[in-house]
Write a protein that binds this ligand. Structure first.
Ligand SMILES: [Zn+2]
Length: 586
């Protein structure tokens, strides 16, 4: 059992005692103990195992030491279970709200039967809370704000949003005195599309000034925990950040441990066990003959590595595996067989094939978009404004497209060194036909198709609809194939396996739309597309110059999907890509 979990039990008990109106001294004793446990660098379970005297720890007396023992052995505290019978444990959630102390939490529970933050929100919205004695309109409104803040904190962040908070924090931390190494671990490092808490690992000369520097960061809203080598803060954005300072000898092992994923780590540790090794966050150790790994202290046995992440992999006969692959989706076997993919990088991208201009719902002119693409070093870019029947504002009809082509021709005269393609993001109509006539479609350089209406169609019909559209000879790319928007809109119900096969047969590329809230196709789909040999186009779907940088999130997701340069059409240099566009119209 991890220290954080032990601390959670103690904190929950303290909160419930508090709500019950128990003695403030008892409540504080449990809170202090939780604080002590959370900031320990060594697991309590190991201290107990090693027969250490827990009463040496600050704020731990003899009965608290017994409680710790009980939690480690049973996973909980019998007295906590007792209190839980009288008060629901979700009630302690209320105490994480600003302006809400234990007395009021109790009052809300007794008067209105409220047991959770969501129930409280509903009661406030129904006007029940302001009517309670001692509350009133103003404090009900304050609570509503506190709930919004709580929900912001507890949700996961889009990776791109987290980046905006993490990058400046890292710049700040790099200026801490005596920093030797600094890196973010966790799902952020694996570039997962959404991330929860941020885990940062550091090596430094002296932990104390580094922790001080961390806590003094101007965006820190509050300090949750401040141990000697571990600190937790909540940023004003609601993002929780943990900083762990580890010894240099353990840095690589800790990095591997905290990057995860859990499933990947379990598999690697198992390989270690088969070799008589123990791999943990402190290093890699040879288990002494006649001893069991479970009986050893954290750093017992001959240390054979841990300073670098490669040490962990080498110890179990593997090459270093990129973090984006560490999901236990076959990466370990691939590493064993020497067939890890050569993952695509941002530098491989030669062009961007979906973007919008002021002709439809974009913020910048065609020329501005093209020049911005050139600045990014692209060889080509496609302007793909929406066709008219779409529900997106300002879609173009045939006549407007002809006007747009005139402008594109004009801009081409002025551009040098980048190819500007006449493209379209064309609606797939409910019956699978396309929203512009064939004689029009032939005149585009590149045609993207997408479903934008009747998204709730049943699976069989939706699949038929898209398959029919794919078979049209003018089509180059199926854009954002599932239509999902992370946390906003569910994917359409469609048989992707059939779509993959059809796309391959029709030689149509499937898009990885790199908008951070789309990332569509996702990592798992991309992995499957790769297996089937389906081509992929990674597009920013930019609606402004600033959005062109979304390409990097597409690359992150592509790497998670094992994609290599060869699977991605817009890594082709222009002369090759041009042939690939011309192939079906010829
Ligand atoms: Zn679209």
């Amino acid at each position: 059992m991890e220290n954080v979990e032990i601390a959670r039990v103690l904190n929950e008990y303290a909160n419930l005692l508090d709500i019950q109106g128990d003695s403030p001294f008892r409540v504080r004793a449990y809170r202090n103990a939780a604080q002590t446990v959370a900031s320990l660098s060594q697991p309590v379970a190991q201290l107990i195992e090693a027969g250490e005297d827990l009463q040496q720890l600050p704020g731990i007396g003899s009965s608290m030491a017994e409680h710790l023992q009980e939690i480690v052995e049973t996973g909980t505290l019998s007295r906590l279970e007792e209190v839980r019978r009288a008060l629901p444990s979700t009630l302690t959630e209320l105490m994480q709200l600003e302006h809400l102390g234990p007395k009021k939490a109790r009052q809300l529970h007794d008067a209105l039967g409220i047991t959770s933050v969501s129930e409280l929100a509903a009661a406030i919205d129904a006007g029940k809370v302001e009517a309670l004695p001692g509350f009133g309109k103003k404090s009900a409104a304050n609570l509503r704000h506190a709930i919004d803040a709580f929900e912001r904190r507890s949700r996961r962040f889009l990776l791109a949003d987290a980046d905006q908070f993490v990058r400046p924090l890292l710049r700040h931390l790099r200026q801490a005195p005596g920093i030797v190494e600094l890196e973010v671990a966790g799902s952020y490092r694996r570039r997962q599309e959404t991330v929860g808490d941020i885990d940062i690992l550091a090596v430094c000369e002296d932990p104390h000034p580094v922790m001080q520097h961390f806590q003094a960061y101007r965006e820190v809203d509050r300090i949750e925990m401040a141990g000697p080598t571990r600190g937790t803060v909540i940023l004003r954005s609601g993002l929780q950040v943990d900083l762990r300072i580890v010894p240099r000898r353990s840095y690589g092992a800790a990095l591997h441990y905290f990057i995860g994923s859990k499933a990947h780590n379990v598999a690697v540790r198992q390989l270690g066990v088969e070799r008589g090794l123990r791999i943990n966050e402190y290093g890699i150790f040879r288990v002494p003959k006649g001893k069991k790994a479970d009986d050893l202290g954290t750093e017992e046995g001959e240390r054979i590595g841990g300073e670098r992440e490669e040490d962990v992999f080498r110890a179990v006969g593997l090459v270093w595996i990129p973090p984006e692959l560490r999901e236990d989706r076959g990466e370990i076997q691939a590493a064993q067989e020497g067939r890890l993919p050569h993952l695509i990088t941002l530098d491989d991208i030669r062009g961007d094939l979906q973007m919008h201009s002021t002709w439809s719902d974009g913020a910048h002119t065609i020329e501005e978009m093209a020049r911005a693409c050139q600045e990014r070093g692209y060889e080509y870019c496609a302007i793909t404004d929406h066709s008219q029947s779409t529900r997106v504002a300002g879609g173009l009809d045939a006549e407007r497209f002809r006007k747009q082509w005139e402008e594109i021709e004009e801009i081409r005269q002025r551009l040098d060194g980048i190819v500007l393609l006449k493209g379209v993001e064309l609606d797939i109509l409910p019956d699978g036909s396309l929203a512009l006539p064939d004689d029009m479609l032939e005149q585009f350089d590149i045609v993207l198709i997408a479903v934008h209406s009747q998204l709730d169609m049943p699976r069989a019909r939706m699949t038929r609809r898209v398959l029919k559209a794919l078979s049209h000879p003018a089509v180059d790319i199926l854009a954002h194939p599932t239509g999902r928007q992370i946390r906003k809109r569910a994917p359409v119900d469609i048989d992707l396996e059939e779509v993959f096969h059809a796309a391959k047969e029709c030689d149509v590329a499937l898009e990885l739309d790199a908008q951070p809230e789309r990332l569509d196709l996702n990592d798992v789909h991309l992995h499957r597309a790769r297996e089937l040999g389906v081509k992929v186009a990674i597009d920013s779907d930019a609606h402004s110059i600033e959005h062109l940088r979304f390409m990097s999130y597409g690359i992150d997701q592509a790497r998670r999907g094992w994609l290599e340069r060869q699977q991605v059409v817009n890594t082709l240099p222009w002369p090759k890509f041009r042939r690939c566009l011309g192939r079906r119209r010829a």
